[in-house]
Design a protein around this ligand. Structure first.
Ligand SMILES: Cc1cc2nc3c(=O)[nH]c(=O)nc-3n(C[C@H](O)[C@H](O)[C@H](O)COP(=O)(O)O)c2cc1C
Ligand code: SF4
Length: 454
């Protein structure tokens, strides 16, 4: 079910505080943090994420614009209440197309589970790429009661893979989740799901009911940073979604202070397949933008962007001007990198990374500075404002890029470099730490666009 009320007006917020016998400001600060709590439930939203922007979304957006609705394969996207205009279609392949039947994971001893995950070399698919077996080992090493949470927030622009999993293979996800729950010896678990995924919500809840599991679906309220695991914990505990300082890590002290295992949707699907013994190293690639058939495709870890587009996504529909290899925080690359394997090692030589595997292709007619400007605007708007370098830096850089678009310089090159360094080194979460990457990429691969800064 969608939330029943909205917007939460100041009167409603005060009434809530009085009812709960807490400070009125405490409720107000939470309400004002989440964009969807300030909107009517049946509002029409127009996505202005980079791919939708490239396809002209801003010409219809007006005041209805939202950061990214997670349906980049259908760009440009409009959402009317819970309905995605144009209807949800899937263009996909591989295990996503296999029948989705409820199945129990094999009951293996914990050590055997860890060995299988380690041997498979599975790393987290949420963006950070942390080895899965190490996280599982750490959580089990802490005294219970423990908690398991599935990260289904999927807010990174261009990323649609977890939605495909939840819509097409909810039982496979639950199979991986059951394995995680047994491993952590818990009877109850949570899925933190982004609000815009109405079809996922329905299918997931049906599958949970069919299995008779004690799994609670917690619905987010329109904040990208809540996908960051410690911000998610704050959000689930009823506060603003602001990342926590670490240590302690969620594995040690997570939801309600308990040791908590947090895994991305896709990670758990691979866990299920690895434990079944039928896994070949692969991941799900979201492909959108100037391609014939945008969608979500299973392909090897070392596939190139050109192979993905040619073999799965219907070929390029325009001359390529730039592409994003793995989501907004992964960087912006020139067409020369289309043949680079999309692995951590290969992409690091280009100053980039595979992130959440969201490949977005932009035509040569879409200016690179516009793409960079939209990316920085996204980071500036989604920063939780907890730390100064991220709060001020992203706004300043957005302004600098907008000025560059008009051939002007709002800052010297040295100052920009100083900001990038400070943001990367001193921000406390991945949003501020990674947001310099696209700026550095454009400065390196399109130096002529930054000339005005000198
Ligand atoms: C700003 C920000 C947003 C994030 N959003 C998501 C998200 O939507 N989904 C996700 O699984 N991980 C997201 N992450 C990564 C999580 O913090 C965490 O690493 C992940 O859920 C761990 O699961 P994994 O090891 O299975 O990948 C985000 C990180 C940052 C810094
Ligand atoms: S880096 Fe940005 S988003 Fe992350 S905690 Fe700091 S201000 Fe918040």
């Amino acid at each position: 079910m969608r939330r029943g009320v909205g917007p939460i007006t100041p009167e409603l917020s005060d009434a809530l505080a009085d009812h709960m016998n807490i400070r009125r400001g405490e409720v107000h600060e939470v309400v004002s943090f989440y964009s969807f709590l300030q909107e009517p439930v049946d509002v029409v939203r127009v996505c202005t994420g980079p791919v939708c922007d490239c396809m002209g979304a801003k010409t219809v957006a007006g005041e209805l614009a939202v950061a990214c609705l997670g349906h980049c394969d259908l760009a440009p996207v409009v959402m009317d209440g819970d309905d995605v205009r144009g209807g949800v279609t899937h263009r996909t392949n591989g295990f996503l197309l296999e029948p989705d039947e409820p199945r129990d994971p094999p009951a293996l001893e914990p050590d055997e589970v860890l060995t299988r995950l380690e041997d498979a070399g599975l790393t987290g698919m949420g963006g950070a790429g942390f080895p899965t077996h190490r996280k599982w080992y750490a959580v089990r090493g802490e005294p219970g009661p423990r908690v398991v949470i599935v990260n289904a927030d999927e807010g990174e622009p261009g990323t649609i893979k977890d939605r495909y999993v939840m819509e097409l293979r909810p039982h496979l996800l639950l199979e991986g989740l059951i394995a995680a729950m047994r491993f952590c010896e818990v009877d109850e678990a949570y899925v933190y799901l982004r609000e815009e995924y109405a079809t996922s919500r329905v299918r997931l809840r049906e599958a949970i009911a069919e299995r008779g599991l004690d799994v609670h679906v917690v619905v987010g309220a329109g904040s990208y940073v809540c996908g960051e695991e410690s911000a998610m914990l704050e959000s689930m505990e009823g506060r603003r979604g602001m990342p926590r300082l670490r240590p302690p890590f969620p594995a040690q002290k997570g939801y309600l202070g308990r040791p908590t295992l947090i895994n991305n949707v896709e990670t758990l699907v691979h866990v299920a397949r690895i434990l079944r013994g039928d896994w070949q190293p692969s991941r799900l690639w979201s492909v959108s933008g100037a391609v014939g058939e945008p969608g979500c495709f299973e392909a090897p870890l070392d596939v190139t962007a050109r192979q993905l587009v040619a073999e799965h996504a219907g070929g390029f529909t325009a001359d390529v001007g730039a592409f994003v290899p793995g989501g907004a925080a992964s960087g912006i690359l020139p067409p020369a990198a289309l043949d680079v394997p999309l692995t951590r090692d290969a992409l690091s030589e280009w100053g980039s990374g595979p992130g959440s595997a969201a490949v977005q292709i932009f035509p040569a007619t879409y200016p690179v500075l516009r793409l960079l400007g939209e990316t920085m605007r996204f980071f500036a708007e989604e920063s939780c404002q907890k730390c100064t370098p991220c709060r001020i830096g992203n706004r300043a850089l957005h302004h600098v890029v907008e000025e560059l678009e008009h051939g002007r310089a709002a800052m010297s090159r040295e100052k920009v470099d100083e900001w990038l360094e400070a943001m990367g080194q001193t921000s406390i979460c991945g949003l501020g730490q990674a947001s310099p990457i696209p700026v550095r990429n454009v400065a390196r691969h399109w130096p002529e666009l930054m000339e005005a800064l000198r």
